[in-house]
Design a protein around this ligand. Structure first.
Ligand code: UT7
Length: 343
């Protein structure tokens, strides 16, 4: 990784030092959905790869899952929340529009000296959060930044719309980013680079129309079901395959790599066919690609940490391994990060 000369010294690199994940215990299976909308287990499995997803109980909100994931990450690192410098909560399902979920999480954790904010980039949210955290650390101004992806998608999904209700689940994941002196070059440990992008011309293809300042909540917006996710699935699908491939390819090329050099691709879990199509174009084999969408569905900002946990559990991600995180989401947003795993 490139080191930047600072006034009289060098700025550090950034590495991931801990991971924590949480999913609520309740499970909604494809067979459950067969009783709710006109669909079949076979259709959902074949078209998406999803078998089941976790759903939060009514009393649980995004901050509750975020706190659970954060506590696990902090315990894994063996540090107290009071040591955190910043907390970034990536979510499209905040507990409320304000205060930010980051404030609720900071208070619950007792992260006394942390500042923070919510980051809205939908399915690319966690990767944008990690990009931001890496740069806060690389700037030399932050030593411990906690990035949390938490989404309670079940609260904004229309369970009468078979095109969307089969896709999403609830969950949260957190990663801790800290400085490193090992990141001397691209072969070092930690953050290597990013290739993020937004294309706002795609905004209409995936959105929650009502509830903001454009269309505040009224009896009419509720009656018209405008507080639920609306999606043009085919257009999102095509864009996701193309951009997950192109942005990953370009980032790898920038550092002299191809898909074959990557140990694992940790891709946003929106549809198994999207992940397979993008990774095949990158020249990767299925051994290099992490898939856990069968168990969790699309948890929006939580898929990247959840898939990272799966990679570690499957023994596919160890210290020194090259990992590419890639996601495409509402906006459109595209997020791709290259990291060399640090523990
Ligand atoms: O993370 C955010 C980004 N989101 C995504 O990446 C989602 C991207 N899109 C997709 O994953 C896919 O487009 C879907 C899974 C949402 C839909 O799959 P598809 O293969 O694109 O299906 P389609 O929309 O082209 O629909 C094909 C047929 C239609 O029936 P007709 O018109 O051919 O008779 C749909 O009505 O499948 C029907 N259909 C269903 N049938 C059974 C749509 N949803 C269902 C369903 N069960 N749940």
């Amino acid at each position: 990784m490139e080191r930047v000369a600072a006034l009289g010294g060098y700025l550090p690199g950034a590495k991931i030092t801990a991971l924590g994940c949480y999913v609520p215990p309740g499970v909604l299976t494809n067979h459950d959905l067969e009783k709710m909308v006109e669909t079949t287990d076979q259709w959902i499995l074949e078209r998406t790869g999803i078998a089941e997803r976790h759903i939060a109980p009514p009393e649980m909100a995004s901050s509750d899952m975020a706190v659970e994931a954060a506590k696990i990450a902090l315990a894994n690192r063996g540090i107290d929340a009071a040591e955190l410098d910043a907390i970034i909560v990536c979510t499209v399902t905040p507990d409320m529009l304000f205060p930010a979920t980051a404030c609720l999480v900071q208070n619950r954790l007792g992260a006394k000296k942390a500042w923070g904010f919510d980051l809205v980039a939908a399915c690319s949210g966690f990767i944008y959060g990690m990009t931001t955290a890496a740069h806060l650390v690389k700037a030399g101004t932050h030593k411990k930044v906690l990035v949390i992806g938490a989404d309670t998608m079940s609260r904004i999904i229309d369970y009468t719309d078979r095109g969307t209700c089969i896709l999403f689940g609830d969950g949260a994941g957190a990663m801790l980013v800290e400085p490193t002196d090992e990141a001397d070059d691209a072969a070092g440990i930690g953050f290597i680079g990013f290739n993020n992008e937004i294309d706002g011309s795609g905004g209409d293809y995936l959105k929650q129309p009502a509830g903001g300042s454009r269309m505040p909540a009224t009896a009419e917006t509720v009656a018209q079901r405008l507080h639920y996710v609306k999606q043009d699935g085919q257009n999102v699908f095509k864009y996701a395959v193309r951009k997950m491939y192109e942005n990953s390819r370009d980032l790898l090329e920038r550092y002299g790599y191809t898909g074959k050099d990557v140990k694992v691709m940790i891709a946003h879990q929106a549809n198994r066919r999207i992940i397979t199509a993008a990774s095949e174009r990158l020249g990767m084999t299925c051994d290099q690609v992490i898939i856990n969408i069968d168990r969790y569905g699309n948890t929006t900002a939580a898929t990247i940490p959840l898939a990272t946990r799966t990679a570690i559990e499957e023994g596919k991600l160890k210290k020194g391994d090259l990992a590419i995180f890639a996601a495409v989401g509402a906006g459109f947003t595209v997020g791709v990060n290259l990291w060399r795993w640090a523990y």
